[in-house]
Design a binder for this molecule. Structure first.
Ligand code: MF3
Ligand code: CO
Length: 285
């Protein structure tokens, strides 16, 4: 039985093939998963996502300037909301599938999707991920950074550094007409070489016209697997790296907060990227 081809890259009879069509069809006809045409952003869409990314970066820069011990995560949420709205944008998390706040704040053993709260006060030695996503004129961007509150332990410092390196190494591994799996493979190698583990249950994602689009960007796995990377695709890479084991659970109290099973610290860094003819460009710098 021949392998069934997933006909994502559709061709209309009578319409001449472009060089790009020929290239993508070659991969599709060899059984590779290729993107649907809609995933290739137009120059106008890319400009829209870029502008959204500029607001998103402004939010993270503000948080970076203001974050300190003694501050509640609810105060971070207010900073994010006020800055975003005053720049004509909308915080994407707010009311997304029932999420109650404008930003995710994930401290220490919280892997991601932590909900800001008045009762949660940052203290010396905490490591926190602040995950900001913005909608501007209908265009989505998504990025997160880690912040170390005061001085922390060498182990937590290393976790934060290695996780940032994982994002950079994943970015370097992504080549036009390579595969999404090349990214995850590079990230997993770097994390495990440093004695850490890669969270399996959550992944990066296409982004731009919606919060979460195809493809899924796994942060582990084999080279040459997953979707073909075609110039014009926009997606996040957002490795979640655990100090201990990779297993996680969702706190049933709120249905959102993802926590490491062994309750050891976890870190995450994220950017939104555009695939170009020569590699990835960061849209959330
Ligand atoms: N910002 C997260 C991401 O990277 C998504 C958070 S969903 C929310 O995909 F509802 F929790 F905000
Ligand atoms: Co994301």
């Amino acid at each position: 039985m021949p392998r069934r081809i997933i006909n994502n890259w559709k061709i209309t009879k009578g319409v001449p093939l472009t060089e790009l069509d020929k290239k993508v069809l070659y991969f599709q006809n060899h059984g590779c998963l290729v993107p649907k045409r809609e995933l290739i952003k137009t120059p106008e869409q890319i400009e829209g996502i870029r502008r959204s990314g500029i607001v998103n970066t402004g939010v993270l820069d503000l948080v970076e300037k203001e974050i300190r011990a003694g501050m509640s995560t609810a105060e971070i949420d207010r900073l994010v909301y006020d800055y975003t709205v005053s720049h004509g944008a909308i915080p994407a998390p707010l009311n997304y599938e029932g999420f109650p706040k404008s930003v995710c704040t994930s401290i220490n053993e919280v892997v991601c999707h932590g909900i800001p709260s008045e009762d949660e006060i940052l203290k010396e030695g905490d490591i926190i991920n602040v995950d900001v996503s913005t909608i501007l004129d209908g265009y989505y961007s998504d990025a997160s950074r880690m912040f170390i509150i005061g001085k922390t332990t060498p182990e937590k410092e290393k976790l934060v550094r290695v996780t940032k390196e994982c994002l950079e190494i994943g970015m370097q591994a992504a080549k036009p007409f390579g595969f999404v799996g090349d990214i995850g493979n590079a990230i997993q190698r770097h994390a495990e070489k440093n004695g850490f583990s890669v969270v399996r249950d959550l992944c990066g994602h296409g982004v731009g016209l919606a919060f979460h689009e195809e493809p899924e960007v796994l942060h582990f796995g084999r080279k040459g697997t997953g979707m073909l990377l075609v110039p014009g695709m926009v997606f996040t890479i957002e490795p979640m790296i655990n100090m201990g084991d990779w297993h996680v659970f969702i706190d049933e109290d709120d249905g959102w907060t993802v926590v490491s099973e062994d309750e050891l610290p976890s870190a995450q860094w994220e950017h939104t990227f555009l695939m170009t003819e020569s590699g990835l460009e960061i849209l959330t710098y």
